[in-house]
Design a protein around this ligand. Structure first.
Ligand code: SF4
Length: 254
């Protein structure tokens, strides 16, 4: 099952013409606003947008699925499709684990009332005074929201999230499916440790903030280097190539 198929099971997809950046963001905000009552009613949502800050940096993402499990816990399900019928490498799985941990971090902050309208204006340079396009306003009206400006919508979102009483995410799951056969290859249950998530985010963001040098890929992902535009000037690759070859397995005895 593709992501689109699973989304169509629970949502209708409609085209909303937009005429400004604020309009485009307004559609995402409206998507999220319309999912709040669904979660409050204990139902499942798919393709839920999340926005927020981690270590002072604005992040956005889309959660594949949120639903309540048999124990009544809010469960995040991420679907990864694989072109080959094998589970990904450890490095890829670590990356996927970090992705869903970040989603939980942002989602939990949203439902705890940490998302404020000024985050959108200061970090994404969006104008709260921007009038929404007529199609976006109509779309909002159909969903039950009467708004004129982008700022109106942000206020509504932040208020609705803060007073939603939606719980934080209890369980993180990643399903790996083979794309062609749709066979489930495996499921990872991801352990969430907020301190480690923040430390990891700090480490990765330090590169983007110019506070540390780039680090080469993990050794099991060295295959990526052959497709990399920077391979000719990459110090990590040159250093690896100069290292003595390390053989694994027991030494042969004569
Ligand atoms: S060549 Fe260097 S920069 Fe490119 S993927 Fe490999 S380690 Fe990363």
């Amino acid at each position: 099952m593709t992501l689109l198929c699973s989304e169509l099971e629970v949502h209708d997809i409609v085209d909303v013409p937009t005429s400004s950046r604020e309009d485009a963001w307004a559609v995402r905000v409206l998507n999220l606003l319309t999912m709040i009552p669904v979660l409050q009613a204990g139902d499942c949502v798919r393709e839920l947008p999340v926005f927020g800050l981690i270590e002072g940096v604005f992040l956005t993402g889309v959660i594949d699925e949120l639903c309540y499990n048999i124990k009544g816990e809010l469960e995040l399900n991420e679907l990864k499709t694989r072109s080959r019928p094998v589970m990904p490498s450890e490095a890829q799985r670590r990356r996927d684990h970090f992705q869903v941990c970040l989603y939980k971090y942002i989602f939990d902050a949203m439902v705890q009332g940490c998302l404020k309208p000024d985050i959108f204006t200061s970090h994404v340079s969006l104008s709260p005074e921007q009038l929404l396009g007529s199609e976006v306003k109509q779309h909002a009206q159909k969903a039950g929201f009467t708004v004129s400006t982008f700022g109106d919508l942000l206020e509504l979102l932040c208020l609705n999230l803060t007073f939603s009483d939606i719980p934080h995410i209890d369980c993180l799951k990643i399903n790996y499916n083979h794309q062609e056969s749709n066979i489930l290859l495996g499921t990872d249950i991801v352990l969430y440790e907020e301190k480690k998530v923040r430390e990891k985010a700090q480490y990765y963001l330090a590169y983007w903030k110019g506070q540390r040098e780039a680090q080469g890929v993990d050794i099991e992902e060295a295959w990526k280097c052959q497709f990399c535009d920077y391979s000719e000037i990459c110090d990590w690759r040159r250093t690896r190539a100069e290292m003595p070859l390390q053989r694994s397995g027991p030494k042969k005895t004569k």
